[in-house]
Write a protein that binds this ligand. Structure first.
Ligand code: GLN
Ligand code: ZN
Length: 767
């Protein structure tokens, strides 16, 4: 029985990659230094896995920005607009690569970046390949071969990792009409064959093909493509050991297809889809090895050894020791790097830490699991098993996890707790007392988080500032923002969110059941890493979280101050979530905490409250058949959070980066009085879903893009609003930017909002 890893974090245990890349982009360091840091990280990772006792160690899992982009470069799938970047004297391959990732604005050239989107249901973003009709592919970058050779020089024969040809195509986007991306498979396959020949010449043993699309719904054409490519690869390389990796879901109705493919090792995800084991065991060909994805690559919890051992034994009984491998469920790039770097008790207590495993610890877990099965060095291994049992048992009963009051409150929830007192049609009449004009203007919540504001928070953290000093500065900043909003005549004001580090962390820090790591960084895209909060226990709200700041801001003005909260689904979605109860249960607990906050805001005299849910859509399961179940509990959680208030309190929600067509019914079911959405970049096209549905509640389609510093012209916004009015009755329309303004500067923010308010006024004149 061998242990294999599917991929190791490439950011470096101290985020070295981020630092060197950002320095390079800022012209503060040279190209060679970037390459050197990359090399150091690769070497460290390989050695660490080797020393831990991993048998099959991946290569080509390293990436300077994104592994999908690496493949586009490898296959020469380079959009024409980058030709000039290639030709520019002094540019290296890496400069072309970064240009594709981030755009290129230098010495008179101005080329936009490639599009970025989420990697399946993770928070990792990849660079979307661009495909054209009859597009040729050719081996352009030899990264995969170079890195295999590099490891070999160190005495480690690695398993190169490639995204499989079908998944690579399915990840891309057709940039012109008249073809389907999967049709390109015939052009693409020869490049795979060439890569494999080169690796073969270097005596490669195993090659891993990642085919996560095998866990999604496939068309007949996709299925044919799978059969075709793996047959051809097998034919060309009869002796090559092909590892086919699937993850993020079970194989479901692709099970027969997958087990029929001529590969040597099939990897399946048993964390996400534990129940697929028996079906796979029943159908797998006799000579195929089964790789059991047992150690959770997507979360931070320690593996339960007893449970894993029993699963392994089940597989071994059927297939024999030499036809079973063990592995993490998926690549470990979705895990933070090393728990040993969590040295601060204040962040993570010893009690919580004993329940956790980051990537390095997960690697060690695999090695231990193997020893438990093969009975090597039994004394120390058995001790590890004992320690593991104790940690797992502690977690089941720990007082810091289990709060009976919270569990009781969830189980006592009644139908009426999920609904507002009256339907929207009746609430709307009561809310007319708010006396807002049509095309009411507002913003999404945050105002610029300037370097200065962030420096205050840093000073509070390192005790240079007292709480009082910090609060004073935030008060002043809030007051300035309120005054300025009054001056430009916005209708519904916000306090600006200056006191918040992040829209999830700020709440997590005040809720029970949340912990925060110091070094739990995970790559989100390129050099950007996020440090998700850890929801370890039952969630409750010991005291009000936002009332002080919101009430203060309201006290400054006679206009309406909108309360600003993050919704339960978004808090859940952007955290590491406990795995000892269903996500829906955790979400409901958060919903109750937010509900209390909503009620407290109402009691403090706040008439308009926004509950942001930008992450609702990204929580959708990978398979459509599972959507409804998720949407049911997610929508319910939002409604629990929103329904404790009186009819005349106006509840807003906000969603960005969303397509709404296929979930519009569910969005309507959320029954927010007002929803603000991102629409400006799509020229209001995203609004069509609401129009076609005859969405009954009020809606604020974003009238300008907040992602760039560009100041929109009044006329552009008037045009967009006219477009909106042509599909949604004006009585239902609000006027606002696409999203919060925290990443913008004050200068452009002020100019843009002045124009926005004027645009709304022009629209009112046309009524
Ligand atoms: N209220 C948040 C803000 O304005 C919303 C952010 C978001 O939707 N991502 O920043
Ligand atoms: Zn937003």
């Amino acid at each position: 029985m061998l242990t294999q890893n599917l991929g190791y974090p490439r950011i470096g245990s101290q985020r070295e990659l981020k630092k060197i890349c950002e320095n390079y982009w800022a012209d503060k360091t040279g190209y060679k230094n970037v390459l050197q840091v990359g090399k150091n990280i690769r070497h460290e990772n390989w050695k660490l896995q080797k020393e831990a006792g991993i048998d099959v160690i991946p290569s080509n899992d390293f990436s300077f920005y994104d592994h999908v982009l690496d493949h586009s470069l490898t296959f020469g799938a380079i959009p024409k607009r980058y030709n000039e970047v290639i030709l520019k004297k002094g540019n290296e391959e890496l400069d072309l690569y970064f240009a594709m990732a981030r755009g290129y604005q230098k010495e008179g050239l101005d080329v936009v970046a490639m599009e970025m989107t989420k990697w399946f249901d993770t928070n990792y973003h990849y660079i979307v390949p661009e495909f054209y009709k009859d597009q040729p592919f050719k081996l352009f970058s030899t990264k995969i071969i170079d890195e295999f050779y590099e490891a070999k020089q160190l005495g480690i024969t690695t398993k190169p990792v490639l995204i499989g040809p079908v998944s690579y195509l399915l990840l891309g986007k057709e940039k012109e009409a008249g073809f389907e991306k999967i049709d390109l498979i015939k052009n693409l396959l020869p490049v795979y064959i060439e890569i494999l020949s080169r690796l073969d010449a270097l005596n490669v043993e195993h090659v891993q093909f990642d085919e996560p699309f095998l866990t999604l719904d496939l068309t007949e054409k996709d299925k044919k493509a799978y059969e075709y490519v793996y047959k051809e690869i097998r034919k060309a390389f009869p002796r090559l050991k092909i590892v086919l990796a699937t993850y993020f879901e079970g194989l479901g109705n692709n099970l027969a297809l997958t087990t029929s493919l001529p590969v040597n090792v099939l990897h399946i995800d048993l964390v996400r889809a534990e129940d697929q084991l028996n079906n796979v065991l029943a159908l797998l060909k006799e000579d195929t090895t089964l790789s059991l994805g047992l150690v959770d690559g997507r979360n931070i919890w320690k593996n339960d050894f007893e449970k894993s051992v029993s699963i392994i034994n089940q597989a071994v009984e059927k297939r024999g020791l030499d036809k079973v491998w063990i592995a993490p469920s998926c690549s470990l790039i979705h895990s933070p790097v090393d728990l040993d770097n969590e040295t601060n008790e204040k962040n993570l207590s010893a009690e919580i830490k004993q329940w956790l495993a980051y990537a390095k610890q997960k690697i060690a877990e695999l090695a231990t699991l193997k020893k438990l099965i093969t009975n090597e060095s039994p004394a120390s291994t058995l001790q590890k098993l004992e320690e593991n049992k104790i940690a797992i048992a502690n977690r089941k009963v720990s007082k810091i996890i289990h709060n009976p009051a919270v569990k009781e409150r969830v189980s006592a929830l009644k139908e009426q707790d999920v609904e507002r007192l009256s339907p929207f049609s009746a609430r709307k009449i009561k809310q007319q007392e708010l006396n807002l004009p049509i095309y009411a203007t507002t913003t999404i919540g945050s105002f610029p988080q300037t370097a200065e504001v962030r420096s205050w928070r840093a000073k509070l953290k390192n005790a240079t500032f007292t709480v009082e000093e910090y609060d004073n500065l935030i008060e002043l900043e809030t007051e300035k923002a309120v005054r300025w909003q009054e001056e430009i005549d916005l209708d519904v004001l916000v306090h600006g969110e200056f006191e918040r580090n992040d829209m999830v962390e700020y709440f997590g820090e005040q809720l029970d059941g949340f912990a925060f790591s110091k070094n739990g960084w995970v790559q989100s895209y390129g050099s950007r890493c996020v440090k998700p909060p850890i929801i370890f226990g039952d969630v409750s709200r010991p005291e009000p979280m936002t009332v002080k700041w919101t009430a203060y801001a309201q006290s400054l003005t006679s206009k309406y101050m909108k309360g600003m909260l993050t919704g339960p689904v978004t808090i859940l979605q952007w955290s590491f979530v406990r795995n000892d109860q269903p996500r829906s249960e955790t979400c409901t607990q958060i919903a109750l905490a937010i509900r209390d906050e909503v009620c407290d805001l109402e009691n403090a005299g706040i008439k308009i409250i926004q509950i942001d849910e930008p992450a609702i859509r990204e929580g959708l399961p990978l398979r459509k058949a599972d959507w409804q179940n998720y949407l049911n509990w997610a929508v319910k959680a939002f409604k629990i959070s929103a329904s404790g208030v009186k009819d005349d309190t106006q509840i807003h929600t906000h969603m960005c980066y969303s397509e709404f067509n296929d979930i519009i019914q569910n969005i309507a079911d959320m029954d927010a009085d007002v929803i603000t959405i991102e629409t400006s970049r799509s020229q209001m096209e995203l609004l069509d879903a609401f129009a076609d549905f005859k969405y009954p509640n009020e809606i604020g389609p974003g009238v300008y893009d907040i992602h760039s510093p560009r100041v929109p012209r009044r006329e552009e916004m008037v045009q967009l609003l006219k477009k909106a009015k042509s599909v949604i009755p004006s009585a239902q329309l609000w006027v606002n930017p696409d999203c919060g303004l925290k990443t913008r500067g004050w200068d452009e923010t002020k100019k843009a909002l002045i124009e926005m308010v004027e645009a709304a006024k022009e629209m009112r004149k046309t009524e």
